[in-house]
Design a protein around this ligand. Structure first.
Ligand code: MN
Length: 286
């Protein structure tokens, strides 16, 4: 079981039960970088070669209780945040039924709409919290399974697409509703939450059968299973790589199920997903 986290002051850790082992020393093996920097995440790219060193460092490290740990995004420098628009049928139905969600012609199935990108500057870990920047605009939560790409991928077929996944995590695709392009409405600072850690793909052979849920202030708002994805992780990678190359550390938000609803400063979100974990996120004013 390999659960890898970034925590506190940019430390690298391995989560084991209710403790985290500090393995930051393995980062010394990463290649030294000169300008221009690579446009991928150099830690994710090196992960296959570092697995042995990570396990060895974790075996020697003392456990730090998870309770007091600050969780950062498990990917530090993704080149792209790829995201799936309407990718659950029941979310399509709720969007089509609610003018506040369904703005003119923007809501179509993923077969027609394809994918969109979120700004990487919007990415935070769960401990950072969400800063609502436009309280006069409806701002919704969207919980999503996230796949983290491990190696360069172009024109990949769905049959071997999962070979390109390094790890899985859990994301919140925070969204302002309205007429603007998705890439604008979903790219505000803190509007892409990722965490609390990543679980290496070998631990999740079937990403298409995971229960997940999101609560606001203790009330369940979204509860679903990834089996209801219209395009699963493999199909999303096939679609994305037909258009562009995916790089190590690229993050794919797979889409949200029904139950999206507004968040407000002061709200406390709790998200959980089977085989990956859970996190708490606080909502504040920007
Ligand atoms: Mn989404």
């Amino acid at each position: 079981m390999t659960i890898i986290a970034r925590f506190n002051d940019n430390r690298l850790g391995v989560v084991q039960g209710d403790v985290i082992k500090d393995v930051t020393s393995v980062l010394d093996a990463l290649p030294a970088c000169r300008y221009p920097l690579p446009n991928h995440d150099i830690f994710i790219a090196a992960l296959p070669e570092l697995r042995g060193a990570i396990d060895a460092a974790a075996a020697k490290a003392e456990g730090i209780p998870l309770a007091g740990v600050t969780f950062l995004s498990p990917v530090a420098n993704p080149g792209k945040l790829v995201a799936a628009p309407v990718n659950y049928l029941k979310h399509l139905e709720e969007a089509q039924a609610d003018p506040a969600i369904h703005y003119q012609s923007q809501v179509a199935t993923i077969h027609r709409a394809g994918l969109f990108l979120k700004a990487t500057s919007s990415l935070v870990g769960p401990s950072h919290g969400i800063a609502v920047a436009m309280p006069d605009r409806r701002t919704d939560h969207e919980i999503e399974l996230v796949a983290i790409i491990g190696k360069r991928a172009k024109n990949v077929s769905k049959e071997n697409a999962l070979d390109y996944v390094a790890a899985y995590s859990m994301g919140l695709d925070i969204t302002i509703r309205g007429p603007e392009e998705r890439s604008l409405r979903k790219s505000l600072d803190t509007y892409s939450v990722l965490g609390p850690w990543m679980v290496t793909a070998d631990e999740i052979p079937d990403p298409g059968n995971l229960d997940f849920s999101l609560e606001i202030n203790g009330e369940v708002r979204q509860r679903a299973n990834t089996r209801d994805l219209i395009l699963g992780v493999a199909e999303l990678i096939e679609l994305a790589t037909r258009f562009y190359e995916l790089h190590p550390g690229d993050v794919i938000y797979t889409g949200t199920p029904e139950g999206v609803a507004p968040i407000l400063p002061g709200d406390k979100l709790h998200a959980s997903i089977e085989r990956i974990g859970e996190f708490n996120v606080e909502v504040r004013a920007a």
